[in-house]
Write a protein of this length. Structure first.
Length: 64
């Protein structure tokens, strides 16, 4: 459970800069820094895939 919590905290850390960039773009009526958005989105997607895979394996391990 500690590993899951750490992974979810890492996901939050990855998503925060994306939201900050988008909010700055909205507030400034400009485009966000897409390089920041793309890099953090890619890392977040990799982590989500890992979490999804871990959840699937966990569910399969519990079946009789």
């Amino acid at each position: 459970m500690a590993e899951l919590k750490a992974d979810l905290e890492r996901l939050r850390e990855l998503l925060h800069p994306i939201l900050a960039e988008v909010e700055a773009g909205i507030a400034g009526e400009t485009h966000p820094d897409w390089s920041v958005v793309k890099e953090h989105l890619l890392q977040a997607l990799e982590l989500v895939r890992k979490l999804e895979r871990d959840q699937l394996w966990s569910a399969l391990g519990r079946q009789p």
